[in-house]
Write a protein that binds this ligand. Structure first.
Ligand SMILES: [Zn+2]
Length: 270
C-alpha cells in the first residue's frame, strides 16, 4: 500500500506528500509486489523477495506484526503489506517445486523493504547479491536512510555486494552475473543510487527487462512520470529515458515494473 503520489507523484510532488504520512485513507493505493524466478537450463535465479511471512503471520492484515517486521512506525505508515497465505516467496517457490536451496542466486534490485524484507525466507540459496553501491547507501547513517532501511532484513544472511564489471545503462554501470552476457544487473539510479534493473538475454539477443522501481508502471516510461520520492530526480529521469529506449527496442520481448497495478503473474519463455 502506498499513496498515489508515491508511484506517480511526478516532478512537483514534495517528499512529505509522497510519503503518505499525512495522507487520507481514500487516497491509498494498493500495488502488487513482484518477485521473479528465472530458470536457465542449469541454473535457477530469483530476483527480489517481496514481504516476509512475519509481516502477516496469519495471512491477514496485522498492524503489530508489520511494525515489528519493518522495525518502525514510519515505515509502517508509508508501506503496508498484505500477504495472503501461499504468497510469501518460499511458499510460492514451494508451489512450483523449488526449494530455496535449489536457487543458485538471489539478486536484489535494491534494499527497500518490499524487495528485501523476505530475503531470510530464501537464505539457503547458494549466493545472494546486491550492488555495493546500494549496500553502502542503505547502511549510511543519514536520518532518511536510518528510517528507510532496516539492516535486519539482510544482516545474518550470506549477502555479498558486487562491484560493476560493465558499462551498460544510463549510468554506464552494470554487472554481468554469469560472465556470458545472459544475465545483467544494470544500474538505473534515481529511486536509490544502487538500484538495478535485470536484463535477461537469449542467444539471439532478445531480452526481457525487469526494471524494478525504475518506474511504477508502463505509463511511467511512456509518459516519463517520475515517482513522488526520489533520491536523485535528475538521475531518475535519465534512467526512465533509458528504460523507455529499452522497452521500445525491437528485440525487447517484454518489460515489467515491479509494482505495475496491471501486473498479472505469468510465464515468459525466452
Ligand atoms: Zn518497491
Amino acid at each position: 500500500m502506498s499513496l498515489r503520489n508515491f508511484p506517480f507523484g511526478g516532478e512537483n510532488c514534495n517528499p512529505l506528500k509522497a510519503s503518505g504520512l499525512f495522507g487520507r485513507k481514500k487516497d491509498r493505493l494498493w500495488l502488487p509486489v513482484s518477485s521473479y524466478l528465472i530458470e536457465f537450463p542449469a541454473r535457477k535465479v530469483l530476483f527480489d523477495c517481496g514481504w516476509n511471512r512475519e509481516m502477516s503471520p496469519k495471512g491477514t492484515f496485522d498492524k503489530k506484526a508489520q511494525i515489528k517486521s519493518l522495525g518502525g512506525y514510519f515505515l509502517y505508515k508509508t508501506n503496508q503489506g498484505l500477504l495472503p497465505q501461499g504468497e510469501a516467496i518460499d511458499e510460492q517457490l514451494r508451489s512450483l517445486g523449488v526449494k530455496p536451496s535449489d536457487l543458485d542466486f538471489v539478486l536484489l534490485s535494491h534494499l527497500d523493504c518490499d524487495h528485501a524484507n523476505g530475503l531470510k525466507l530464501v537464505d539457503e540459496a547458494r549466493r545472494i547479491l546486491v550492488s555495493n553501491e546500494e549496500l553502502r547507501f542503505a547502511t549510511n547513517k543519514t536520518l532518511v536512510n536510518k528510517i528507510r532501511y532496516n539492516p535486519r532484513w539482510w544482516s545474518d544472511t550470506k549477502i555479498e555486494g558486487f562491484d560493476w564489471n560493465g558499462a551498460e545503462g544510463p549510468a554506464k554501470q552494470s554487472y554481468d552475473v554469469f560472465g556470458d552476457g545472459s544475465l545483467r544487473m544494470i544500474n538505473i539510479p534515481g529511486h536509490s543510487p544502487g538500484l538495478c534493473a535485470l536484463k535477461i538475454v537469449n542467444a539471439e539477443g532478445q531480452f526481457v527487462l525487469l526494471f524494478s522501481d525504475g518506474g511504477y508502471a508502463k505509463k511511467s516510461w511512456k509518459e516519463q512520470i517520475t515517482s513522488g520520492i526520489a533520491d536523485d530526480r535528475a538521475a531518475q529521469k535519465k534512467s526512465l529515458l533509458w528504460i523507455r529506449e529499452q522497452c521500445l527496442a525491437p528485440n525487447c520481448v517484454e518489460s515489467l515494473a515491479n509494482h505495475d497495478p496491471d501486473a498479472i503473474p505469468h510465464v515468459i519463455e525466452l
